[in-house]
Write a protein that binds this ligand. Structure first.
Ligand SMILES: [Zn+2]
Ligand SMILES: [Zn+2]
Length: 648
């Protein structure tokens, strides 16, 4: 018999070799129908694999990421089987499950796939899924695996196997398809009920631009047809909100091959938007006692060796910059923290100086693989809304509370109504993994948990997820169409103060080590603007909109009056434009609504004689006529309310 321990600590006895599926069956037959994978002693397993010793077990259904992972990874194999049947001789790269669905990188030789082919693949997958083929796990030696894939003339798998360490290698077989794979997989193909082969892309083998470009085929599958339908609606909506498209339409930002991939160029309207966001945060930070600092974009290599960032980012990032001085090397900064540590060290600090809160919109550079680049969300140069709080250990709780207040104020002001938070703690069974005294960790973790509760956050607490240098609190926001984005993070750090030998003189006249808190409520300006675009579909809150109003003269005759109003509004700090095109007023209204300008101001004969404006508001229609001063008052009041100044 084996002893199986469940997540709720209940223990049950089962015969040797019992499988996850049998355990689910013993609990409830419905569960056995819904379960997709099982975690056994921390490793994700097939449901059909025999458990031979006492184990802790967690069963995963669709709602668990582990369940979806097994489902989608199995679907990637199913797609590969379909491809092999449709295009004999196809060679396979890698085919992982991803956040939404899965993909497979394939080499189709001369064959170029068209949109029609995607439907062929989909049909074939439906056909094969219905066969209920079992996924079978097999262990073989590296040598046997090499022979097998060489025989198949699959040079990609052969290369992957060659790079593996000696020892047993696992294969998964289902139907007529065999793959090199760690698994786990579903028991068989039958739960795959709804299938969509989504799109094609090019992908370099192993992300290396010097190697062959393979065809990446994306797909997604679900256990129910209705789930696929819902997903397709969401996908359509997401396409409309794609920040790359809206960014182009609204002329917010662009990219240039000549400047380099992943290096965004902010256009005037985007720059205005970003500047306003920065000023908004600057103002909030000022009220919370942050002090601005400015540090260079590069730093001596030794700085990052000291901080440990060279070990983390050095090898896979931009190479060091040489100078005319022999052996002297600089790095583009991957993080702002080391620079701020040096600012802390610039003079002796006493307990009375703490907390010291240093803030910088600091631009950092990291070399992301070209396949990973995506609009403004994954770039190679970005500006963090960074700050480091140096405090005494007993100040952590209070400082954390203040950062949470800032984050919540930002979410509220920018209309992110739904969000979740996660507290990452250390793994108490592995103290060797962490730096800093047990006592300090206990205090910091307890403080974060308490303060999150006091702030009304319903946080998920995850032991073992902390960084080696400290616990943290992360925020995930839900956007207008329900997608989750990771935004602000607040992190306690015992490591950098140690590495940089930061000190302060305490009340006891002794030297003490401060604690550092890293925080970036937006994450980065680039990513945050991308999320904001997708959340608002480009209809920014009035205070952020690059253009707040536009004057639409009905004809040339009223242009002069309109220009007078334009001057008045701009002098009143309302960012206003004028549409002087010789077009019908209906067309002017439609065009400018598409530009997502919040206020449209129509002026014609009646308006001019009476000194009035006809005002339309995006999403609210006609507001009637009013005096220019009334419009200014109204807009100012609206902005004041949106910024909810009494909130801080
Ligand atoms: Zn696989
Ligand atoms: Zn930092």
């Amino acid at each position: 018999m084996v002893q199986i321990t469940f997540p709720d600590h209940r223990v049950r006895q089962y015969p040797d070799g019992v499988t996850g599926l049998e355990i689910a069956q013993s609990i409830n037959p419905q569960l056995a129908k819904e379960v997709l994978a099982v975690t056994v002693n921390g490793d994700l397993w097939d449901l059909t694999r025999s458990i031979l010793s006492d184990s802790t077990v967690k069963l995963h259904k669709w709602d668990d990421p582990e369940g979806k992972h097994a489902f989608w990874h199995s679907s990637a194999h199913l797609m590969a089987e379909a491809l092999e049947s449709l295009y004999p001789g196809v060679k396979f790269g890698i085919g992982p499950a991803i956040e939404n669905g899965f993909y497979y990188d394939v080499d189709l030789g001369e064959k170029v796939l068209s949109e029609d082919n995607l439907q062929d693949i989909e049909r074939k997958m439906y056909e094969l899924a219905a066969l209920k083929s079992s996924y079978r796990r097999e262990e073989i030696s590296k040598k046997e695996a090499l022979t097998l894939f060489k025989l198949k003339q699959d040079e990609y798998k052969t290369e992957l196997i060659s790079d593996l360490e000696d020892g047993t290698i696992t294969l998964y077989k289902h139907g007529s398809f065999t793959d090199l794979c760690r698994g786990p997989h579903l028991p068989d193909t039958s739960p795959i009920k709804a299938i969509k082969v989504l799109s094609l892309a090019g992908a370099y083998w192993r992300g290396d631009e010097k190697r062959k470009q393979l065809t990446r085929i994306y797909g997604i599958t679900f256990p129910k047809k209705s789930m696929l339908d819902e997903y397709m609606v969401l996908l359509e909506e997401a396409k409309k909100r794609d920040h790359r498209k809206i960014g182009r339409d609204l002329e917010l930002f662009t990219f240039s091959q000549r400047v380099g991939n992943g290096l965004p160029l902010w256009l005037p309207k985007g720059a205005v938007l970003r500047e306003r966001l920065e000023n908004f945060l600057r103002q909030v930070q000022k009220e919370y006692g942050y002090e601005p600092v400015i540090t260079p974009h590069i730093g001596h290599k030794d700085l990052y060796v000291t901080s440990g960032h060279f070990a983390k980012y050095g090898k896979d990032s931009f190479k060091p910059i040489q100078t005319p001085v022999e052996g002297e090397e600089f790095l583009l900064k991957p993080m702002n923290c080391p620079h701020h540590c040096e600012i802390y060290r610039s003079k002796p600090r006493s307990y009375k100086d703490l907390p010291l809160r240093l803030a910088e919109f600091g631009t950092v550079y990291r070399y992301e693989q070209s396949g990973e680049l995506h609009g403004l969300t994954r770039v190679r140069g970005f500006t963090q809304d960074d700050a480091h709080i140096f405090c005494r250990p007993e100040q952590i709780k209070e400082e954390f509370a203040k950062v949470i207040d800032i984050v919540l104020y930002i979410f509220k002001t920018l209309d992110f109504k739904e969000f979740v938070s996660q507290i990452s703690l250390r793994d108490r069974d592995k103290p060797e993994k962490y730096i800093g005294s047990d006592d300090n960790w206990d205090k910091a973790e307890q403080s974060i948990i308490e303060i999150a509760k006091e702030k009304g956050l319903d946080s998920l607490i995850v032991p073992g997820e902390a960084a080696f240098y400290g616990p943290k609190l992360d925020f995930l926001v839900k956007d207008a169409i329900g997608r989750q984005w990771q935004l602000g993070t607040i992190q306690v750090d015992y490591n950098l103060p140690e590495r940089f030998e930061l000190e302060y003189i305490g009340e006891d006249n002794q030297r003490h080590r401060p604690v550092m808190i890293h925080r970036a409520p937006f994450g980065s300006m680039e990513r945050f603007v991308a999320v904001l675009i997708e959340h608002t579909a480009g209809k920014f809150p009035l205070w952020l909109a690059p253009d707040q109003a536009i004057l639409l003269p009905i004809s040339e005759k009223y242009q002069k009056y309109a220009e007078g109003v334009l001057k008045y509004l701009n002098n009143s700090d309302i960012r206003t434009l004028i549409d002087n095109r010789n077009e019908k007023i209906g067309k002017k209204i439609r065009d400018n609504e598409l530009r997502r300008i919040p206020y449209l101001i129509i002026v014609g004969e009646k308006e001019e004689t009476e000194g009035l404006l006809s005002v339309r508001k995006q999403g609210h229609g006609d507001l009637g006529t009013m005096k220019p001063e009334q419009l200014v008052d109204m807009i100012r009041k609206e902005i004041h309310e949106l910024l909810n100044r009494n909130g801080i």
